[in-house]
Write a protein that binds this ligand. Structure first.
Ligand SMILES: Nc1ncnc2c1ncn2[C@@H]1O[C@H](COP(=O)(O)OP(=O)(O)OP(=O)(O)O)[C@@H](O)[C@H]1O
Ligand SMILES: Nc1nc2c(ncn2[C@@H]2O[C@H](COP(=O)(O)O)[C@@H](O)[C@H]2O)c(=O)[nH]1
Length: 197
């Protein structure tokens, strides 16, 4: 790591690239909001997670996720290659550490879209990260969105809704809450929080 010359100050705190963590219950609209924001602002770098979940139709390896086997996930964890990881509704998910650190060191704003357990781990290891909670307008609307997406069978939806109750109760742990009523409005608010504008 390059040393900071004595007597000169490092990058002022406000100008530092930000690590933003976006969490919220499954189906609230995290991916939709992030995709909307990144369409106009691809400079906000989104970490691609590793997961043991099977791809949904249209999901591409290396774009939406790195789809890995259980054994590959075991190795990533054992080798310390993940910044955080968690089991969520029957599958494991984790954030590749090296790519995130490289981007931050290169001065790019970085966004993680991860669950509550992962957000808590990032808070522990990188307390400078800002944690943003995406909340649904109502419980009924969350159920409607998760069910309406049509990507999970009823028993998986049920597991995700059980997790959603825990995630909603943890909202006070977050630095900011955005309510996803309008994708356009929330994408704008999230962009402002990432320090890009
Ligand atoms: N503001 C909104 N109004 C109405 N529908 C929305 C809104 N935002 C997202 N949706 C819809 O809700 C469904 C779930 O959205 P999305 O897949 O982005 O959720 P998610 O939070 O990323 O879920 P997961 O955590 O399971 O990956 C999608 O069908 C999406 O089109
Ligand atoms: N702790 C982590 N959670 C992650 C990561 N990548 C995604 N997720 C979260 O998992 C659930 C389910 O995602 P889905 O794509 O199967 O619907 C959702 O809350 C994601 O945000 C990760 O690397 N770590």
């Amino acid at each position: 790591m390059a040393a900071t010359p004595r007597g000169t100050s490092p990058v002022p705190p406000d100008a530092r690239p930000r690590l933003t963590v976006l969490s919220g219950p499954s189906g609230v609209g995290k991916s939709t909001v992030v995709a909307h924001m990144r369409k106009e602002h691809p400079e906000v770098w989104l970490s691609v997670s590793a997961t043991t979940r099977r791809p949904r139709p249209g999901e591409q390896h290396g774009v939406h996720y790195f789809f890995v086997t259980d054994e590959e996930m075991d190795k990533l964890i054992a080798n310390g290659e993940l910044l955080e990881w968690a089991e969520f509704a029957g599958n494991r998910y984790g954030t590749p550490r090296a790519a995130v650190l490289e981007r931050l060191e290169g001065g790019e704003p970085v966004l993680l879209e991860i669950d509550l357990q992962g957000a808590r781990q990032v808070r522990e290891s990188m307390p400078e990260a800002q944690l943003v909670f995406l909340a649904p307008p109502s419980w009924e609307e969350l159920v409607r969105r998760l069910t309406g997406r049509g990507t999970e069978p009823p028993e998986v939806i049920e597991r995700r809704l059980v997790a959603a109750k825990v995630e909603l109760a943890a909202e006070p742990e977050f630095d900011q809450t955005l309510v996803n009523t309008s994708v356009e409005d929330v994408a704008r608010e999230l962009l402002a929080l990432t320090n890009v504008v």
